[in-house]
Design a protein. Structure first.
Length: 160
């Protein structure tokens, strides 16, 4: 596989604006398979969503233990040669319940072992500060011309 040099043709503050620029290129029959949108200057954002207590730890554990328990129960039920459908569904239900109970206990145990070091729940995400639209060098001039004709909303393309 040969490496292509790609040239930045525009920079946007939001992904939606960069996506709109690529869509504009596509609308004008530009070879979009030669385009990429690259998020630059990434930062990790951890949004705290609530307090972690024993109840929430048990709930999270139960939610993560129930699906594997149901799957294992269902698989064991399929091995029953006499009545595999009823057996599989019944064992899947038992597995779901057992998995939820074991998961809840395990979640509470882990919460206890942490000793108050992480008493909150959060969601992590990566957020770039800007989005670069880059194009293969051979077609970059055409992309610049087409993006130059795009009506922008707000931030607009910043030439790089």
């Amino acid at each position: 596989m040969t490496e292509h040099y790609r040239r930045p043709v525009a920079s946007y503050k939001t992904y939606r604006e960069a996506e709109r620029a690529v869509d504009h290129l596509s609308d004008h029959e530009f070879p979009v398979e030669r385009v990429a949108i690259i998020g630059e200057d990434l930062r990790l954002v951890e949004q705290v969503t609530g307090r972690m207590d024993y109840g929430r730890a048990a709930l999270h554990g139960a939610a993560s233990g129930a699906p594997p328990g149901a799957l294992i129960g269902w698989l064991f039920g399929l091995v029953n040669w006499l009545d595999p459908v009823v057996s599989a569904l019944l064992l899947a239900l038992y597995g779901l319940i057992f998995g939820a109970i074991v998961g809840a206990l395990f979640g509470m145990l882990l919460h206890t072992l942490q000793g108050g070091r992480r008493d909150f729940v959060s969601i992590r995400s990566m957020q770039p500060s800007r989005y670069e639209v880059v194009v293969d060098e051979q077609v970059a001039d055409e992309a610049v011309r087409l993006i130059g004709g795009l009506q922008t909303t707000g931030g607009g393309p910043t030439r790089t």
